[in-house]
Design a protein around this ligand. Structure first.
Ligand code: SF4
Length: 414
């Protein structure tokens, strides 16, 4: 019996929730003042959070959960015993516009299982975005998944209509991908990421000398919010050091905005080849924190890895604290004389707080009360900093770790 659109929505929104790469940060501001419909605010589209803490956009769907591939970690794989559904291109367009007009969503995140061929599927995804943009003047945020193995021409079309493109690398090593997704080609995935990177770079404003002056050349728009990818954590035996190494490579090779980490969960109809237990969400969280250290805090990969002797992040504390405890000789730092790089390594200090401290100390020495005003991480930072009115006692790493551990808390009854 044919499914109605709500029944399809139920199936295809549920199937899409396993993709973590849905944030819209970095999207360009856009509105419909000059015509059309919808807007993207500076902060991006609306997000909602599932009970397990995942961030999801409100219209996050698959075009279909039918798939000719059999990736062991995926609930939509062809051997999975799940109900299948498929939207038409027009149904997705109508649904997006309806929900937009009702103010329920600010954008669309669209992915798909592979039907018939990679190109057929990619063509349908592009048609959705193109129809929304060109026929309906849709100015909202669009994130399209790109299909590994789809033609370069289709990937380039996708970049014209979407704000963000993403292609999932899925697993941290080529060998794991071959084991758990033998029909997927590592080469196709990397080629797809490279095509998107070159499209983004070609569209970046180029400075060009013209008539003796430097002017900004107008470039065609291409995925202005960049590209991202996702790695599943805990499906194969890769440790955190390997995962972070793979991420560092991806950032360097494909100019990614984000690598998303998705803790493996054997929900639906899990493949017998995979663990029966879900990976802890805290592991996913620690990986995000480490990723942040690499991208925004000036840490080198081997520094972060050096604080995980068995290759795994310590789940009991954040990775910056773990690194600081392993490198006690680097502390305490004087907040009034230390350079930005050293201040960023102090547990509890974020990038904004550090910038505020550097600006404030130009007009006088910072005391403990000033730090309290400029950062909300003073409690964690105290054992690692010096101010004119504060010098920490030398504590050994074990006692410090004990002191910094969060107080045990009773779980809620309901
Ligand atoms: S190709 Fe994509 S949708 Fe199909 S089984 Fe693999 S991960 Fe799932």
């Amino acid at each position: 019996m044919a499914l109605n659109i709500l029944e399809k929505l139920e199936i295809l929104a549920d199937a899409a929730k396993y993709d973590a790469s849905c944030a819209s940060s970095g999207g360009a501001k856009r509105n419909a003042r000059g015509g059309g419909i919808g807007s993207v605010t500076g902060a991006g589209i609306c997000h909602s959070y599932t009970p397990d803490g995942r961030c999801v956009s409100l219209l996050k769907i698959l075009l279909t959960n039918f798939c000719i591939y059999d990736c062991a970690y995926c609930v939509s794989r062809r051997s999975s015993n799940v109900k299948r559904a498929r939207f038409t291109v027009d149904e997705v367009v109508t649904l997006t516009l309806d929900l937009y007009r009702r103010n329920c969503i600010e954008g669309l995140f669209l992915s798909s299982g592979i039907v018939r061929s990679e190109d057929d599927t990619m063509e349908d995804l592009v048609r959705v975005a193109k129809t929304l943009r060109e026929v309906h003047g849709f100015r909202g945020y669009i994130h399209l998944k790109t299909i590994p193995g789809a033609s370069e021409a289709l990937l380039r079309d996708a970049g014209i209509y979407a704000d963000r493109l993403s292609m999932n690398i899925e697993l941290p090593s080529d060998r794991s991908l071959q084991t758990f997704a033998p029909e997927k080609s590592v080469v196709s995935i990397k080629r797809g990421l490279a095509v998107t990177r070159s499209g983004i770079e070609a569209a970046a404003p180029q400075k060009r000398a013209a008539s003796g002056e430097i002017r900004k050349a107008k470039a065609p728009k291409f995925a202005p919010a960049g590209q991202s990818t996702q790695m599943i954590v805990g499906a194969d035996g890769a440790d955190d050091a390997t995962i972070l190494g793979a991420s560092a490579n991806l950032y360097a090779s494909y100019a990614l905005k984000r690598v998303y980490y998705s803790a493996f969960s054997p929900t639906g109809h899990p493949s017998a080849a995979l663990p029966h237990q879900a990976a802890p969400l805290l592991r996913e969280h620690r990986l995000y924190q480490s990723d942040w250290l690499l991208r925004f805090y000036g840490f080198a990969l081997d520094e972060v890895q050096s604080a995980m002797p068995d290759g795994m992040l310590d789940l009991s504390m954040d990775p910056k604290l773990a690194w600081a405890l392993a490198n006690r000789a680097r502390f305490p730092v004087d907040v009034n004389t230390a350079d930005r790089e050293s201040l960023l390594r102090v547990p509890g200090f974020g990038t904004r707080a550090v910038d505020k401290m550097i600006a404030s100390r130009r007009s006088g020495a910072l005391r403990l009360d000033d730090i309290k005003r400029l950062s909300n991480g003073l409690t964690r930072a105290r054992p690692f900093i010096v101010t004119p009115d504060w010098r920490p006692a030398m504590l050994d790493a074990a006692r410090l770790k004990e002191r910094m551990a969060p107080a045990p808390k009773q779980l809620a009854l309901f």
